[in-house]
Design a protein around this ligand. Structure first.
Ligand code: ZN
Length: 74
């Protein structure tokens, strides 16, 4: 194998793996999407403000103080 081309091959494999992971997570999100149409509930860890955001966002910014918060898991 040609040594100078190895890093390019590794990068290509890495990008391919990222694409596969992205496709699978997207499929899983679509699969669970209709089952949980309700918005995610967030509780600000800084000011305690409780609010909702779209179900497909992992972190949401508090509208009161601007802090990024994780969704509450029931
Ligand atoms: Zn806040």
């Amino acid at each position: 194998m040609n040594i100078p081309h190895l890093p390019i091959i590794y990068v290509a494999i890495g990008l391919g793996a990222l694409c596969v992971v992205g496709i699978f997570s997207e499929l899983r999100r679509r699969k669970f999407g209709p089952a949980h149409p309700e918005d995610r509930v967030f509780r600000c860890t800084k000011c305690g403000f409780v609010y909702t955001d779209d179900a497909d966002v992992d972190r949401s910014r508090c509208s009161q103080c601007g802090k990024l918060n994780e969704p509450i898991v029931f």
